[in-house]
Design a protein around this ligand. Structure first.
Ligand code: IMP
Length: 418
């Protein structure tokens, strides 16, 4: 049956890129439905590392059609850089990328606004919030507007004037912005050749029973409505975003897979109950090489939060979970999982009832013995040490969701099916 959605279950950076790359063996189309160049999906193939920001990870498989849906905000400059990178690596993308005519556009003005206003949340500075704000205010530029140079010129002039009124930009910054706008216009010219009616493409594919894979960006806890507001992104990574962001019916989605790291990370600001400010946190950061793929920022690290994960599984109705980076836990003596929070002396197991005061909760941990052995060279799940099996089983019990796959390294073949 046609649509499988791959969704990050935590605060992003769960390793979705690798899993989409793996599962899209069986898909003909891979589609993104939200976010933009704030995402950084890393895929490692034969020792070569690819970091994709807007183009779905399916581009690394020959003949897959890649769709950038209208729920995304597209940055033409970043897109052209990404396409140049793919060309440089010898990946043939011609005719394989379709961008929705209706997708909203990120301009250099949005990026400047993001840099000026995004510190409180610790945004990626990619202009995402300002672009979605313009969309909500109904003053945004969409894909097909790039075909109308008169409208485009008027729009950019007006937005630059507003930006100047609001932020009193100095002369130097204004001159740099004018240069960036020129680069933007050139990139937009290249991008228009990829514009298409992606709703029709996807609906026709679903009707013809062709396999479609949907690639989420960011994660459930960063969802504008269901995440840890205000420390969230401006789109809807949760499963509801798939329908609105691509224009496909809910009943066409036959499998929803949640991707979870075996521990937890977060970039940017906001509460993080299981965050480790000690040696264990530094070890997770170091062994897991936890740096943002888009900004290079160090990711904050902590133990797996099963309270948040259960919420994530329930609001998305995940059919199964994939646990990534299990190998990062290989050398730990003891591994902890947060199974409840303590708030005002009370034990709370419902994430949604404390989501508004997450900074005030204290995690209650359950400890698990580590396995102290290498898992990255295993080739089948029955070789997993008993302690690792017990850990995975506990995650299944806490979240009431089956673990179908475990990833034990960045390469395509470092994957175990359960
Ligand atoms: P924005 O999406 O750039 O507006 O950033 C909003 C928040 O989401 C910040 O805390 C970012 O660090 C976080 N964020 C955005 N994209 C990603 C991602 O791909 N991985 C992890 N965090 C992200």
């Amino acid at each position: 049956m046609p649509v499988t959605a791959i969704i990050g279950g935590q605060w992003g950076d769960e390793g979705k890129g690798k899993i989409v790359d793996l599962l899209c063996e069986k898909a003909e189309i891979v589609a993104r439905y939200q976010g933009g160049a704030n995402a950084g999906h890393t895929v490692k193939v034969d020792g070569e590392t690819y970091i994709l920001h807007q183009v779905p990870s399916g581009i690394l498989h020959k003949n897959r059609l890649c769709v950038l849906g209208h729920g995304m905000v597209i940055d033409p400059v970043a897109l052209c850089e990404e396409i140049d990178m793919l060309e440089g690596l010898g990946i043939d993308h011609k005719g394989r990328i379709q961008i929705s005519y209706s997708a909203h556009i990120v301009s250099p003005i949005h990026k400047l606004m993001d840099l000026a206003t995004g510190q409180m949340v610790g945004t990626t500075g990619r202009g995402i919030g300002p672009a979605y704000s313009d969309k909500a205010m109904r003053i945004s530029l969409r894909g097909f507007d790039l075909l109308n140079s008169e409208k485009l010129g008027r729009y950019l002039g007006e937005r630059m004037r507003l930006l100047n009124d609001q932020f009193k930009i100095d002369k130097e910054a204004l001159a740099k912005l004018a240069e960036d706008v020129d680069i933007f216009l050139k990139a937009a010219e290249r991008m228009v050749t990829m514009l298409s009616d992606t709703v029709a493409t996807l609906l026709d594919a679903i009707r013809a029973d062709r396999n479609v894979m949907v690639e989420g960006a960011q994660g459930v806890l960063l969802d504008l409505d269901l995440g840890t507001y205000p420390f969230v992104t401006s789109s809807h990574p949760t499963v509801g975003g798939v329908c609105t962001g691509l224009g496909i019916p809910a009943n066409s989605i036959t499998r929803v897979v949640g991707i979870f790291k075996a521990y937890l990370t977060r970039v940017g600001e906001g509460p993080f109950p299981t965050e480790l400010m000690n040696e264990d946190g530094a070890k997770l950061q170091d062994v897991g090489q936890e740096f943002g793929a888009t900004t290079g920022r160090k990711r904050r690290c902590g133990w797996f939060d099963a309270v948040a994960a259960r919420y994530s599984c329930r609001v998305n109705g995940f059919n199964d979970m994939v646990i990534t980076k299990l190998d990062v836990l290989d050398e730990f003596e003891t591994i902890k999982v947060c199974t409840a929070y303590e708030v005002d002396g009370r034990r709370i197991e419902s994430f949604s009832s404390v989501i508004h005061k997450l900074g005030d909760v204290k995690p209650i941990f359950r400890e698990f013995p580590g396995w102290k052995t290498t898992t990255s060279n295993l080739t089948s799940a029955d070789q997993l040490p008993s302690e690792a099996i017990a850990y995975i089983k506990a995650l299944e019990d806490f979240t009431e969701t089956r673990v179908s796959t475990v990833s034990v390294g960045p390469e395509r073949n470092q994957i175990l099916s359960l």
